[in-house]
Design a protein around this ligand. Structure first.
Ligand code: ADP
Ligand code: MG
Length: 257
C-alpha cells in the first residue's frame, strides 16, 4: 500500500532489508499491519513513531528473533521465514544490534561483554579478541575501561559499551534501538556522530529507531514515521522536518491547533 509522501530508497541500489506486507499480531492486536519497507546498501533509515507502535518489534523481525504471521522479510538476500539455521547464524554474524536498554551482563567486565559475540561465533585466539575489543573501546572513546564492571560506569558509558559490542564482529548491518535514550545531550550527539561516521566510512547499512529530531538530522538518509504498525511517511530528513502532513506535525509537536 502506498501512502502520501511515500518515497522509498533510490531505485537501482542493492536491497539489504525488505519487508513486504508484514503483519504481526499479539493476541487480537496487529502490531505490524501490512508493513512494507526497504533499506539499500550503505543507507541509514531512521524509524520514528509514538511508543508502542511497533518500532522495536520491527527490529526484532530483521534480526530473526520474531517471525511474521504473514508477509515476507528479506535480509541480506535471505527470506527470514525459510532461512536455514546455519544461514541464520552466518547472517547474525553480519548484523549488530544495540538493544534499547544496553543489555549488558552485570557480572562480566566491560571488555568481556564486548568480547562475547566473538567468543560465541568465532575461533579467534584470546590475543586476537583482546586486540579487537581494545580497538572498539577506542572507537567509542572508552579506552582503559576494559576491566570496569557495568555498575561502575555511567549510563552514557554503558550505552557506548553496548555500541562497541554491537560493532565487535564488524557487521554489515547495524540496528540501533533508541541509541540516545538516557544520554545527556553531549554524549547523545557523540553517539549520533559515531553512527554517521560508521555508516560513511564502513558502508554499513543501518536502521535507527529514535524519537529525536536532532538524531535524524545527523544520521538519517531517510526517515519513516510508523504509526499503528504502518508507514505514515517515508522521506528525506529535510522533507520530514518541514512536512505539512498532519500526523508528522502532530508527532513533531507542531500541531496547528
Ligand atoms: N513479545 C511480545 N508479546 C506480546 N506483545 C508484545 C511483545 N513485544 C511487543 N509487544 C507489543 O507490541 C507493541 C509494540 O511494541 P514495540 O515494538 O516494543 O513498541 P515501540 O514502538 O515503542 O518500540 C506494544 O503494544 C507491545 O506491548
Ligand atoms: Mg521500542
Amino acid at each position: 500500500m502506498k501512502h502520501q509522501g511515500t518515497q522509498g530508497p533510490a531505485s537501482g541500489a542493492e536491497s539489504v532489508i525488505r519487508f513486504e506486507d508484514v503483519t504481526k499480531r499479539f493476541g487480537e492486536k496487529a502490531v505490524l499491519d501490512k508493513l512494507s519497507l526497504e533499506v539499500v546498501r550503505g543507507e541509514t533509515l531512521c524509524i520514528m513513531g509514538p511508543s508502542g507502535t511497533g518500532k522495536s518489534v520491527t527490529l526484532r523481525h530483521i534480526i530473526g528473533l520474531m517471525k511474521p504471521d504473514s508477509g515476507s522479510i528479506f535480509v541480506g538476500g535471505h527470506e527470514m521465514s525459510t532461512i536455514k539455521p546455519d544461514d541464520l547464524r552466518d547472517l547474525r554474524r553480519r548484523m549488530g544490534y544495540l538493544f534499547q536498554d544496553g543489555a549488558l551482563i552485570n557480572w562480566l567486565s566491560v571488555g568481556d561483554n564486548i568480547a562475547l559475540p566473538l567468543r560465541e561465533t568465532t575461533d579467534l585466539t584470546e590475543a586476537e579478541i583482546l586486540d579487537r575489543v581494545n580497538a572498539k573501546l577506542e572507537l567509542v572513546k572508552l579506552d582503559g575501561a576494559f576491566d570496569k564492571f557495568p555498575n561502575e560506569i555511567s549510563g552514557g558509558m554503558r550505552k557506548r559499551v553496548g555500541l562497541a559490542r554491537a560493532l565487535i564482529t564488524d557487521p554489515e548491518i547495524v540496528l540501533y534501538d533508541e541509541p540516545n535514550s538516557g544520554l545527556d545531550p553531549e554524549t547523545s550527539q557523540g553517539v549520533d556522530r559515531l553512527i554517521r561516521e560508521l555508516a560513511n566510512t564502513l558502508d554499513i547499512t543501518s536502521v535507527v529507531v529514535t524519537h529525536l529530531v536532532s538524531c535524524i538530522r545527523v544520521v538519517a538518509d531517510r526517515v519513516l514515521l510508523l504509526e499503528a504498525g504502518n508507514t505514515v511517511v517515508d522521506c528525506s530528513p529535510e522533507d520530514f522536518i518541514s512536512s505539512s502532513h498532519p500526523r508528522v506535525k502532530r508527532f513533531l509537536g507542531k500541531d496547528p491547533d
